[in-house]
Design a protein around this ligand. Structure first.
Ligand code: GLN
Length: 530
């Protein structure tokens, strides 16, 4: 039987609830427990697939092709586990399923209501993850902030679960803010007290409170919070800002968060083995060299839009003693002002994206990298832009482009053979993990060191094989294909020190202690060590 840890947020959003969940999961796993995770998102969208990254950050893709909240990326990276689309549930999905049942007449004329129909659906989705994973502990993060109207059904569902299961099968962790008021030079606990009061008014009494703050939460403050919020003093866990998110699990281990959770859940587990993680944090603190990589995109005003890419570059740096300084470059700025922002970069990365805005700027970035022999990593749209640039300027297919941006004379990026016509925004993409055969004698083979890999996709368009011969003759090399050779997955340029484009998005598989081979090779190429 799985036990459940429910994590809610109080006072404000962006408290790093996802990192808290990921860190706790990592600690429990390090004790030999099997852990799985679920994020419940109160919005009405079916999934973040059609949501602007500028509002919600990146869309994280799971092996099974789920388009998920970016917190799933934190979970996978910290816990080092692959999740499925079942690990991200939105209100939209729940209503869609209930209303479809209603239209099929499955409620036998009964009134369909939030309680019990919506709450039952929520609970059954939580239990489904427990059953599928067989995990000892299921961590459940409730999106949003306590007090929001939208999250009420989720809170009601997790409240009911404690009554339905053994008392020690459910634990409630509340992550809250302890703001520092500069004028008073004091940390304030009142917002936390109010947020806990709100939670208690809906019947949930937190067992653990994690206190996010910029300044140290002293023992005095901890006992005050314990008193006012009616919880054990040791269960008030300070969580002060740290230099790297990867330090958080070690901070929690120091404050015994994992032990307290185990005690309250009445679970026994082995000692935590944190050696690998401590080594990681030590290496992060001891980074000696520094390199500067430009990320050219159209959502750069919100770096969370490219969260997994940024983390993957950092991971690659950690393993090579190198700080990766990220320079965020708006693609449209290149269109308007020329190549200036690219001048002092050690490497250029163009990540995935959709739509025509900024595409010409991304094509300029690929051109600049190719001509100046700067290491270039193009991911999905970044690969497509590199192919378009190469087709136009090297293979002399003057009006080369992608069908994504309208009719074009030379559609070097086009539909895959037999692909159904696009009828709307959803449902026509190649999503999730597909096998990729790596070709011998390529940079990709040097990086991966194996012939068959699985990588995650999220795109509609492919390299058009009608143009393959022309491109290859001009100096492009196919470094990875689908096993049947029908689809090109990776391209490289022969006359360049490191120029790699992947149709898939490798950033979803990088882990801090296991950097992704292509990211590691990209950084090594910049450092001149490969
Ligand atoms: N817009 C492109 C496509 O759909 C690339 C997608 C992406 O970058 N993930 O093929």
């Amino acid at each position: 039987m799985s036990k459940f840890v429910f994590v809610t947020g109080g006072v404000v959003s962006s408290l790093g609830k996802g990192i808290t969940v990921a860190s706790l999961g990592m600690l429990l796993k390090s004790r030999g427990l099997k852990v799985s995770v679920l994020k419940l998102d109160p919005y009405l969208n079916m999934d973040p697939g059609n949501m602007s990254p500028l509002q919600h950050g990146e869309v994280f893709v799971t092996e099974d092709g789920g388009q998920c909240d970016l917190d799933l990326g934190h979970y996978e990276r910290f816990i080092d586990t692959n999740l499925t689309k079942k690990s991200n549930v939105s209100t939209g999905q729940i209503y869609w399923s209930i209303l479809s049942q209603e239209r099929r007449g499955e409620f036998n004329g009964g009134t369909v209501q939030v309680i019990p129909h919506v709450t039952n659906d929520i609970k059954s989705r939580i239990h489904a993850v427990a059953e599928d994973s067989g995990a000892d502990v299921i961590l459940v993060e409730i999106g949003g902030t306590v007090g929001d109207i939208e999250s009420l059904p989720f809170l009601e569902a997790i409240r009911q679960m404690r009554n339905e299961l053994e008392r020690d099968s459910c634990l409630y962790v509340h992550v809250t803010l302890i703001p520092y008021i500069a004028a008073a030079q004091e940390l304030k606990t009142k917002p936390t007290q109010h947020s806990v009061k709100e939670l208690r008014s809906i019947g949930i009494r937190p067992d653990v409170i994690v206190c996010r703050s910029e300044q140290e939460v002293t023992a005095d403050l901890r006992s005050k919070i314990a008193l006012f919020c009616d919880i054990d003093e040791e269960a008030v866990i300070p969580n002060t800002d740290v230099g790297s998110i990867y330090e958080v699990p070690l901070c929690f281990a120091e404050t015994r968060l994992d032990e307290i959770v185990l005690e309250k859940l009445n679970l026994t587990a082995g000692e935590a083995d944190l050696q690998q993680w401590s080594d990681l944090v030590a290496s992060i603190k001891g980074l000696k060299r520094s390199i500067r990589i430009g990320i050219v995109g159209k959502y750069v005003t919100l770096p969370d839009s490219y969260l997994s890419v940024a983390e993957s570059l950092r991971h690659a740096g950690f393993s090579q003693g190198t700080q990766v300084e990220l320079r965020w470059i708006e693609a449209e700025d290149l269109e308007k002002g020329g190549y200036g922002p690219l001048h002092d970069l050690d490497g250029i990365l163009v990540p995935g994206g959709f739509g025509s805005r900024g595409v010409e700027g991304k094509i300029m970035a690929a051109k600049y990298a190719r001509e100046n022999k700067i290491p270039y990593f193009g991911i999905s749209l970044g690969m497509q832009c590199a192919v378009i640039e190469f087709a136009r300027n090297v293979a002399k297919l003057e009006n080369a482009g992608s069908v994504e941006f309208g009719p074009v004379q030379h559609p070097v990026i086009s539909f895959r053979p037999g692909q159904p016509e696009i009828t709307g925004l959803g449902g026509t993409m190649r999503l999730g993990a597909y096998p990729c055969q790596i070709q011998a004698g390529t940079l990709s083979m040097e990086a991966y060191g194996e012939t068959l890999v699985q990588e995650r996709h999220r795109h509609r368009y492919e390299l058009n094989h009608d143009y393959l011969d022309v491109l290859v003759k001009a100096g492009m090399r196919v470094a990875g294909t689908s096993p049947d050779g029908e689809l090109t997955e990776i391209i490289e340029l022969t006359d360049h020190p490191w120029f790699v484009g992947t149709l898939f998005q490798p950033e979803f598989k990088s882990r801090p202690t296991k950097p992704h081979p292509l990211f590691a090779h990209f950084v090594a190429a910049i450092l001149g060590t490969c």
